[in-house]
Structure formats: C-alpha cells, structure tokens
Design a protein around this ligand. Structure first.
Ligand code: CTP
Length: 400
C-alpha cells in the first residue's frame, strides 16, 4: 500500500492557466488511494468548472464560504481539521500574498488559516510576477513559517515568455505530497544508494555492460527520501529520469562509481549497493574504433575494483547492504557474498525468472542479515519491495 492510501487531501485550485493540471493531480492522488476534496476559488472557476473537479474527485467541490448547504455538509473548520495535507496547485501570486498577510476572505484562504496540517504550495505565474519583490518576499516569509513549496519549472509559459513560472511537473508535485505524508522512519539518516549497470569502454563505440535497468535502485532511493532520509543516488547509465528532491550523481564506469560512492558516503549512515557493477573491463581501451579483419577477436579483460568489498574493509559505523543477483543456489551464494564483503545484510533475487529481476517492474527478494535472520518479501512492484527493504533494514539495523 502506498503512502497516500486513506489520506485526506484538500486541493486548492486558484485562478491561473495551469488550473487544468489540477485534474491530473486529482487523478494521481486518487489513483494511490487518497480522498481528495477540492476547493475552487472564484478566479479558479474562470478556468475550470466545478463539475470537472467533482467528477474527477468524486467529492462535492467547495467554493463559497457563505454557502449554507456546503457549510453545513463540509464546514471550513471540519475540512481544515480532517485534512492530512493541504495542497494548493496552482498557487497564484494573489493566494501567496493573502496567506502571508493573514487574509481569510474566501473558503481556501480561510481553510489555510484554520488548518494545522502541512500546506504545500505549487506556485505558477508569469516569470516577471514570480520575480517581483512582493512574491519573492512572500515566498521567503511563508517558507520561514513552515509552508512547503514545489518551485515552478522553467519553460515556455502560456503568456509567451520563457523562464521560471510554469507549474512544476505533476509527478514532482505528487512526489512532494508523498514525501510530506510518509512516515519519517529515516529522518536524520544519510543514505547513499547505487543503481543501474556500469559501462566499460572497449573502444570509442563499443562497451561492456549488463541488463540492469536501474529501476530497483531508483525505487530504493525514492522510498528512502519519502521516509525522510537525506539521499544521494549514484547511478550508472539508465533510461530513467532523475528522481525528484535528491542529489543524483551520474557515472559510467565501475571506477567512476567507486569514486562517487566513496566521496558521497564518507559521512553516510547507510550505503546500499544496488548497482550491477561490471566485474570486468577491457584491459586496454582502444582510442580508435577496432576494425574487423574477417577473423575472431580475443578481448583481454581485467577485473574492476570491487566497491562493496573495499567499503566492507573500512566499514566504520556505516550500515552496508549489498545485492546479489543469482540464478541458482541463492541462499548459499548470497550469504557467502555477505560474509566475504563484511556486510550487514544482502538482498537476494532470482534473476533467472522472467517475471522479476532485470528490466521488470516487479521483484521478489529475500533479505539475509549478518545475524542469520532472513526476511522474505513476496512478489510486489519494485516500489513496494523498496519500501519493504527499508522497513526491514530500519527495524533490524537503525532502531538499535
Ligand atoms: N559490487 C561492487 N563492485 C563490484 C561488483 C559488485 O560493489 N565490482 C557489489 C554490487 O553492487 C552488489 C554486490 O557487490 O551489491 C554483488 O556482489 P558480487 O559478489 O560482486 O556479485 P556478482 O558480481 O554478481 O558476483 P558473481 O559474478 O561472482 O556472482
């Protein structure tokens, strides 16, 4: 179950052209099990009809503070009290000014004033307006009061100008909601996660790599971030977009990955090596493209550095977790690797199965701990497995 299941979210929609994106936000939130009640401001209703929001949210849309029927059914105080989170997307310059100034002259501004729930603001406006002294100051003051912001993206705006002001991507706004609502079991922890394959060049056009997609590692990084950790993701080449709200370091080779992991993990509490680091690289990289000559080709390989093994030799107080991709004798191989590399735990999966492992969106793993305990995580999405892995690691390794 995702972090949004059963959550009460109040979505405020104010009057900007990005209001139409509220429809997609509702779908995403509801798709993950949240109950969404929409408050549409008078200006917002110039861009979107209440019927649209009502149909998508499957809840009555709240508009008028002085409407006796809606006030008796969903009063502004009860709405403010039952919300786990209030999201305003898009948030105009006007609503930011009203919240900062303590003005409560309509339903949305009144609910903001009356709620103790976290408030996430996703501003969207013309670049010049966003850069104006009033908006800059309002954002700074609201931040200092604990309001959370999803900054606008840069790009072409509806008014034709190019610059910051476009409503942040829906995926980014929803990720912020997940981050705010998730339990903070990893708060104060610094975590480094590696992901993806590495690629070892043979010549300017060829390289050695493997089938790792990066999905499991990216899911682990996202889950740790939601659980409140300070996360750095070190990723080999993948087709995936960088996760939001964390530092992502891109590397190509095992050597580059080692440099990045070492640099980022000096003061880390935990390092999870999910990357499928290449075990071999070309003994010599040809500076020019190697030509075929009609015969075969013997490629001489050298071992790469074993990043996890090195970390295990100088472990300090850091929690070290490895992954073992196996095609047979899973338990024996995984435990052997854990012992050899001095790990606290190893996550083993069977990559011979087509329904899990490489490229798949699903996984099924067993976690072996150094004290002999084994936890099984049954078939689930990699997102779900990532949550399960952190819950298990937290219970065993961090809560001590
Ligand atoms: N690993 C690493 N550096 C390497 C190779 C692997 O840090 N050069 C890490 C992986 O990120 C993973 C774990 O070590 O967490 C996997 O252990 P390993 O014994 O190297 O697994 P395989 O490479 O699959 O070993 P084998 O080919 O012998 O099965």
């Amino acid at each position: 179950m995702g972090v949004l299941a059963g959550k009460e979210i109040v979505l405020g929609v104010t009057g900007g052209i990005a209001a139409y994106k509220a429809c997609e936000i509702i779908r995403e939130l509801k798709g993950e099990g949240a109950n969404v009640t929409t408050i549409l401001t008078a200006s917002g209703s110039q861009f979107l009809t209440p019927l649209t929001l009502q149909t998508l949210s499957k809840n009555p849309v709240v508009m008028d503070l002085w409407n006796l029927i809606s006030e008796s059914e969903i009063g502004h105080i009860s709405l403010a009290q039952r919300a786990h989170l209030l999201l305003i997307a898009p948030a105009t310059g006007n609503i930011l000014g009203k919240i900062r100034g303590g003005i409560a002259d309509d339903m949305l501004s009144t609910v903001v004033m009356a709620t103790a729930a976290p408030v996430v603001l996703a501003p969207a406006m013309n670049t010049q307006m966003y850069a104006s002294a009033a908006v800059r100051e309002n954002v700074a003051v609201l931040r200092s009061r604990g309001f959370l912001f999803v900054e606008p993206d840069e790009g072409e705006l509806a008014c034709g100008t190019v610059g910051p002001g476009r409503l942040a991507a829906v995926g980014k706004i929803v990720e912020m909601v997940r981050i705010v609502l998730a339990e903070k079991i990893l708060k104060g922890k610094k975590v480094v996660v590696s992901a993806g394959p590495t690629a070892e060049s043979i010549d300017p056009v060829r390289f050695l790599s493997n089938r790792a997609s990066g999905k499991m590692g990216f899911a682990l990084a996202r889950a740790a971030r939601r659980f409140g950790a300070d996360v750095t993701l070190v990723s080999g080449p993948t087709a995936l977009a960088d996760p939001y709200f964390m530092k992502t370091v891109h590397v190509r080779t095992a050597e580059e990955m080692q440099t990045a992991v070492d640099r980022e993990s000096a003061d880390a509490d935990a390092i999870v090596m999910c990357a499928a680091v290449a075990d071999f690289r070309a003994a010599r990289i040809s500076p020019t493209k190697i030509k075929k000559d009609g015969g075969g080709w013997n490629l001489e390989l050298s071992p790469t550095v074993d990043i996890l093994d090195r970390l295990g030799r100088d472990k300090g107080r850091r929690v070290l977790v490895g992954f073992a991709a196996e095609t047979g004798d899973i338990e024996q191989n995984a435990i052997g690797k854990m012992r050899k590399k001095n790990l606290d735990a190893i996550v083993a999966n069977d990559v011979s199965r087509a329904d899990i492992g490489f490229e798949s969106d699903d996984n099924e793993v067993r976690i072996f701990f150094s004290d002999g305990e084994v936890r099984e995580l049954p078939l689930a999405t990699k997102e779900g497995i990532a949550v399960g892995i952190w819950l298990a690691l937290h219970g065993k390794l961090f809560a001590r």
